[in-house]
Design a protein around this ligand. Structure first.
Ligand SMILES: NC(=O)c1ccc[n+]([C@@H]2O[C@H](COP(=O)([O-])OP(=O)(O)OC[C@H]3O[C@@H](n4cnc5c(N)ncnc54)[C@H](OP(=O)(O)O)[C@@H]3O)[C@@H](O)[C@H]2O)c1
Length: 332
C-alpha cells in the first residue's frame, strides 16, 4: 500500500480507502454484518488507513461497524492511525437542495452540534478525524454559516478536519469556499466517465493543499467490467435506479470501449479492469485518496492491490482521459 499526504493536514493516509456505504446495509441490497466486518479487517491488514463513512449509511450502522472494528483491534477511534471520514446529512428537505434552500435552514448550528455528538457516539470516538457536510448548494457560497460552525467545532477539538461532499450535479460549487480557506477536504465523484472535477476543482484543491477524496471510482461497479445488459440488481440496491431504463446498456457499451482500449494499449497485460479504473483515479493530479466501495474480503484484496500495481502507462492514461462521458439527457 502506498501513502499520500492528506492535503495540508500533516497526515499520511493510504491512497486506497475503504468506501463504507454498502456495509451500512440499507442501499446496496442484502449485506451481512459478518461479511462487512471481515472486509474491514482485511482492508486494515492490507494497509488501508482511511475509511469513508456517513451517518446516512444505514442510519449510523456503517459508522458503528467501523468503530467496532477499530476498537476490536485496540486502535484509537479518531486521532488514531486509521483516519475516518464521516458526513452529516442536512435536515429534512430536497436532495439535491432546492435552489431556494438556505444553508442555516438545512444545517442550523444546534442541529450540526447534535449530529457531531451522534457520530462521536456511533463511532465510539472522542474526536472526529474528518467531517463533511453531505450536501452543498451553490447558493450557500455567499453565506456558508454551516462551515463556520464546523470550524468552531474544530477549534473545540470535536473535529480535526472539515469540508464538503459535493454534488455530481455541480462539482465545482465548492470552489468558492475552498478558495476562501474554509475547507480541509472535499469528496467528489471521480472516475473514467466523470472526469469533470479535473476542469477546476482538482487543480484548485492541489494549489490550496485541500485533500480530494475520490468516490465512485468504479462507477457503482460498472467500470470493473462485470455488468452486462442482463444484470439484475437486488431489491433495495440503489443501482436499480442508477442503471434504470437504457442506462445499463449504454454504460456496458462504453465499458466495452474502455476494455478494448486497455487491451490494445497494454497488449493484453492489464486484465483487471477494476484495477485500471482505480489506478486511473490514483494517477490524476490533485486526487489524494480513492475510495472504492468494499463489501467483501475479495473486494478488499482486489482494491488494495491496485495501489501495489505499477501506475498506468502515460499512453494508456492519456487514452482513457479521452473516454470521459457526460452522462446526461443530451449526450447519452
Ligand atoms: N458523498 C456521497 O454522496 C457519496 C456517494 C457515493 C459514494 N460515496 C462513497 O464512495 C464509496 C464508493 O462509491 P460507490 O460505492 O458509489 O461506488 P464504486 O466504488 O464505484 O462501486 C462500488 C461497488 O462496486 C463493486 N466492487 C467493488 N470492488 C470491486 C472489484 N474489485 N471488482 C468488481 N466489483 C467491485 C461492489 O458492489 P457489488 O459487489 O455489489 O457489485 C461495490 O459496492 C462509497 O462506499 C461511499 O463511501 C459517497
Amino acid at each position: 500500500m502506498r501513502y499520500r499526504d492528506f492535503g495540508r493536514s500533516g497526515w499520511k493516509t493510504s491512497e486506497i480507502g475503504f468506501g463504507a456505504w454498502a456495509i451500512g446495509g440499507s442501499s446496496w441490497g442484502p449485506q451481512r454484518d459478518q461479511e462487512s466486518l471481515e472486509a474491514l479487517a482485511r482492508a486494515l491488514d492490507l494497509g488501508v488507513t482511511f475509511i469513508d463513512t456517513a451517518q446516512g449509511y444505514g442510519n449510523g450502522h456503517s459508522e458503528q461497524l467501523v468503530g467496532r472494528t477499530l476498537r476490536e483491534r485496540k486502535l484509537r477511534v479518531g486521532g488514531g492511525p486509521v483516519r475516518i471520514l464521516t458526513k452529516i446529512p442536512p435536515q429534512a428537505g430536497p436532495w439535491p437542495a432546492s435552489p431556494y434552500d438556505e444553508c442555516a435552514e438545512r444545517y442550523p448550528a444546534s442541529y450540526l452540534r447534535e449530529r457531531i455528538e451522534r457520530s462521536l457516539r456511533d463511532l465510539g470516538a472522542e474526536t472526529l478525524d474528518v467531517v463533511l457536510l453531505h450536501l452543498w448548494s451553490r447558493r450557500w457560497n455567499s453565506n456558508p454559516e454551516a462551515l463556520h460552525v464546523l470550524r468552531d467545532l474544530k477549534k473545540e477539538g470535536k473535529v480535526q478536519l472539515v469540508g464538503i461532499s459535493n454534488s455530481e450535479f455541480d462539482e465545482h460549487a465548492v470552489c468558492e469556499p475552498l478558495s476562501a480557506g474554509l475547507l480541509d477536504a472535499v469528496e467528489t465523484v471521480y472516475n473514467i466517465f466523470n472526469q469533470n472535477p479535473s476542469a477546476e476543482l482538482l487543480p484548485l484543491a492541489a494549489r490550496h493543499g485541500v485533500a480530494i477524496v475520490a468516490r465512485s471510482p468504479l462507477d457503482e461497479g460498472a467500470l470493473s467490467g462485470k455488468l452486462t445488459e442482463k444484470t439484475e440488481f437486488a431489491e433495495g440496491d440503489v443501482r436499480r435506479t442508477y442503471f434504470q431504463g437504457s442506462r445499463l446498456k449504454k454504460t456496458v457499451e462504453r465499458v466495452e470501449a474502455i476494455r478494448k482500449t486497455v487491451e490494445e494499449l497494454s497488449g493484453g497485460a492489464e486484465k483487471d479492469l477494476a484495477s485500471v479504473a482505480l489506478r486511473f483515479a490514483l494517477r490524476t493530479p490533485g486526487v489524494t485518496v480513492v475510495i472504492p466501495g468494499i463489501r467483501s474480503v475479495r473486494q478488499a484484496e482486489a482494491n488494495a492491490a491496485a495501489s501495489d500495481a505499477p501506475p498506468l502507462s502515460d499512453e494508456l492514461y492519456e487514452e482513457l482521459k479521452k473516454l470521459f462521458w457526460y452522462r446526461n439527457f443530451w449526450f447519452d
